[in-house]
Design a protein around this ligand. Structure first.
Ligand SMILES: Nc1ncnc2c1ncn2[C@@H]1O[C@H](COP(=O)(O)OP(=O)(O)O)[C@@H](O)[C@H]1O
Ligand SMILES: [Mg+2]
Length: 363
């Protein structure tokens, strides 16, 4: 299937400075499909890392952004020109230093890095995407929260308020605060936490059929998704917190609540994380990502930019084709990497870049 050329290109251009092997790179995107090719170690993933950073304020490769700063440089900088879903163009910028990441959106300092999610929505399928399935719940919570940020405006405020409450309650536990002070934090925690939990649950119910559909096409088997809220089912959060307080006091941290939630993914016969093949895990994780994007496209006409880093990794040619077909359905901006210019994958790309030793040239 060919993608339409007239739809909005969410990311118009990007400048990347001092990110890994990239001293300076500038890329312009005028059409929806971009191919970046080059040898191993040339800097393809680093370019996608820069684009991802612009929409997420974090790397998909490391939790310590300091390691992504080019050796010898003090900071890395990424600036992009993006077009919002309403059709407005503005600049987004992210600066990473060894201990601090800051962002600017349309000329103003961003209130938090989470605000980037709505300024420049971006998703990625990369060789580590299986971690969404086989690692701990952090990535799955982030996956859900990113989606809710994107479709439900007030969620960001609830989410920020809840995470402040978790920090403050934990600080009070460490300081062995008296019960009346903890009562106050419990109230704040409960009000914001229930809002976060309800929004995640409602969102999961909306996206579930899209993920089930994507999984059926990609894997040929049913999947089941359940939200595990992070405290005992059937109990009110306030009651669970009250009951858990003596244990929290001993451990000096809050052991239950929406910050401990999980998205439980089950495939046909087993818990998904026990599925053996890496290729199957990649397809299942891709079903989560693409199903989510399919929902945003169909219900809200929202089309986040999709990055595909080395999509052929771990997949045979049949499964790679299934993945590419699924990507084509989205009609979104796609920026993909490959060792060689494999033009057949998504039809002829609108622009092709070649990377060599961190230097980018338009082909
Ligand atoms: N902090 C850094 N400073 C300079 N170079 C780095 C840094 N981190 C990684 N590199 C180098 O940058 C290159 C990154 O390549 P990468 O983007 O992974 O390439 P590709 O995806 O094309 O295989 C590698 O050669 C790596 O050694
Ligand atoms: Mg790479």
């Amino acid at each position: 299937m060919r993608l339409s050329r007239t739809d909005t290109v969410a990311l118009r251009s990007i400048q990347i400075n001092d990110l890994r092997c990239i001293l300076h790179a500038q890329l312009e995107f005028s059409g929806q499909i971009t191919l970046i090719h080059g040898a191993n170690g040339s800097g393809k993933s680093s370019l996608l890392e820069g684009i991802y950073l612009l929409g997420r304020g974090r790397s998909f490769r490391t939790t310590h952004l300091g390691t992504a700063i080019r050796r010898g440089a003090q900071l890395l900088r990424v600036v992009g020109s993006v077009t919002s879903e309403a059709g407005r163009s503005f600049a987004v910028g992210v600066e990473g230093r060894s201990r601090q990441t800051t962002a600017r959106i349309a000329g103003e300092p961003a209130s938090s890095l989470a605000a980037l999610s709505t300024a420049f929505p971006v998703q990625i399928i990369e060789p580590g995407v299986h971690k969404l399935i086989d690692e701990g719940p952090v990535r799955r919570r982030r996956y859900l929260d990113w989606g809710v940020f994107h479709v439900e405006q007030p969620f960001l405020a609830h989410w920020q308020r809840f995470h402040r409450a978790v920090k403050q309650r934990n600080a009070a536990l460490r300081a062995q605060a008296d019960d009346s002070e903890l009562d106050a934090w419990d109230l704040e925690f409960t009000v914001a936490g229930e809002a976060v939990s309800r929004a995640r649950q409602a969102y999961l119910d909306e996206i579930r059929p899209f993920i089930v559909g994507a999984a059926a096409r990609l894997l040929g088997e049913p999947v089941d998704l359940a939200y595990s809220p992070g405290w005992p089912p059937g109990q009110a959060l306030a009651a669970a917190l009250g009951e858990g307080r003596p244990r929290d006091r001993r451990r000096k941290t809050t052991l239950l609540g929406p910050h401990r939630a999980d998205l439980v993914v089950q495939s046909a016969h087993s818990l998904a994380r026990e599925v053996v093949s890496r290729g199957q895990q990649k397809l299942l994780a891709s079903a989560l990502v693409l199903g989510q994007l399919g929902y945003h496209a169909e219900r809200f006409d929202m089309r986040p930019t999709l990055l595909l880093d080395d999509p052929a990794a771990e997949l045979d040619s049949h499964r790679l084709q299934l993945l590419i077909d699924e990507v084509s359905r989205l009609q979104a901006q796609v920026i993909m990497t490959a060792l060689r210019p494999e033009k057949a994958l998504l039809g002829a790309p609108d622009q092709v870049f070649h990377v060599e030793h961190g230097g980018v040239t338009r082909v």
